[in-house]
Design a binder for this molecule. Structure first.
Ligand SMILES: *Cc1c(COP(=O)(O)O)cnc(C)c1O
Length: 422
């Protein structure tokens, strides 16, 4: 459910007309709905109600400071995957004890930063990382709380680039080796085992892989407890999918996901952590673009937008589908025609949709990409020296620019010319 609807024929974000934002900030831009972000957080709260739990928003999905502050105000923790994200979470006002540090390649500097600033736990992904963290923590006179991320070898049945729970993926320690790794951890003075972590992938559209993974985690939990480990926290990762294409069958609801958690793990009396990213932010954002030209090609037509693959990488990177709708509501019964929707970047990969049925559009019209709030702005680049596009947050009838478009001068001045070329 989201808060981007037509009101009297004009697409709105909550009670703000998209066209008004476009006039104020220019196109292209991202716009996020506070009500939708809040709603998605609450849906997970309801799904896990009655179980001791913490929702750690996976901020790599959308790490704008305003989004983080909103989530922090709701009481969310954060799942961070870099020192940069850790610093962003702290800057947004998230207390260290609500920050979980994930990622396969944490450096000693990143470990130091999080230990100094406070951290809920590190999700350790390998034996070498375990030894590195132990060394860093001891050098600081501290003891790092850890879980070990286990790789349960289940097929998440999602896009290969975002599946993480198969044995051939780089993530976690094979579950068959987990007991040895926990024994190794227990012998180290610089780390303290607090739980188990698992994350099997992103954009999951079925519950069965979760059921399989959580069942393996439950068995492991009992084994580890029998081995004498104090397992009191289970971090279940994120990954619940969202509907990008309305004609497809709907992905499972958080409530049903919560029921799987309860059924497979509820008897263990552990605190549950989940790390949703996409489901919180995805449907809470639009990318709004202007039509630059309508071009007639040989046998097909092109809608050339002012947004490109550098602004929204998902179609080029994952062949992702985004619904693209006109900002002015088409009249009922208007005829649609297939058209290729593309950006201006000099590669054929800069294609958002092929032969998409669209109502008639002309240069100067606005279109909105739905479900662009997650893995949109955060994956953007300035390829082709196209400035990072602004981000706008709406709440009710108010909107604010939460990241401004940089000037060309700012972009150019980030480079410098060495003296020998001056
Ligand atoms: C990416 C990631 C998430 C969030 O995944 P979503 O599909 O956005 O919910 C959670 N945990 C970890 C460890 C991740 O890498």
């Amino acid at each position: 459910m989201d808060h981007f609807q037509y009101q009297s024929g004009a697409l709105c974000a909550e009670r703000v007309a998209i066209a008004d934002i476009a006039r104020a900030v220019g196109t292209p831009f991202y716009v996020y709905s506070s009500a939708t972000l809040t709603r998605h957080y609450q849906v997970f709260q309801e799904a896990l109600a009655g179980m001791d739990h913490l929702i750690c928003y996976a901020m790599k999905a959308n790490s704008n400071q305003a989004v983080l502050r909103l989530m922090a105000n709701l009481g969310a923790g954060m799942d961070v995957v870099s020192g940069g994200e850790y610093a962003r979470a702290i800057a947004a006002g998230v207390p260290g004890e609500r920050i979980v540090f994930s990622g396969v390649g944490k450096t000693a500097d990143e470990m130091r930063m999080a230990l100094a600033g406070g951290v809920r736990q590190f999700n350790v992904e390998s034996e070498p990382e375990l030894l590195a963290l132990d060394a860093v923590a001891r050098e600081m006179g501290l003891c790092a709380p850890i879980t070990i991320r286990v790789n349960p070898d289940v097929d998440a049945k999602t896009h290969a680039k975002i599946a993480t729970g198969k044995s051939e993926n780089k993530f976690g320690i094979p579950i068959a080796r987990a007991r040895e790794a926990y024994a190794q951890a227990a012998a180290l003075e610089g780390v303290k085992v607090v739980g188990i972590d698992v994350h099997i992938g992103s954009q999951l559209t079925e519950l069965a892989p979760y059921e399989a993974a959580f069942t393996k985690v439950a068995e492991l939990c009992e084994l580890l407890r029998a081995d004498g480990h104090d397992i009191r926290r289970l971090d279940l990762g994120g990954g619940l999918g969202i509907p990008y294409e309305r004609s497809n069958s709907l992905p499972p609801l958080p409530l049903d996901y919560g029921a799987v958690v309860r059924r497979t793990l509820g008897h263990l009396g552990c605190e549950i952590e989940i790390e949703p990213g996409r489901l919180i932010a995805g449907n809470a954002g639009l990318l709004v673009a202007g039509v630059t030209y309508v071009k007639q090609g040989e046998g097909r037509n092109f809608l050339i937008l002012d947004a490109a693959m550098n602004d929204l990488l998902r179609p080029a990177m994952y062949d992702a589908y985004h619904e693209i709708i006109p900002v002015v509501e088409p009249e009922a019964g208007v005829e649609t025609r297939p058209i290729d929707i593309v950006g201006p970047v000099c590669e054929t990969g800069d294609t958002f949709a092929r032969q998409r049925a669209m109502p008639p559009l002309a240069a100067g019209d606005l279109v909105a990409f739905r479900t662009a709030g997650a893995y949109g702005a955060v994956m953007a680049s300035e390829y082709n020296t196209r400035p990072m596009i602004p981000e706008v947050l709406v709440q009710g009838d108010q909107f604010a620019v939460v990241r401004a478009r940089p000037s060309l001068e700012e972009i150019i001045n980030r480079d410098s010319i060495p003296l020998w070329l001056a």
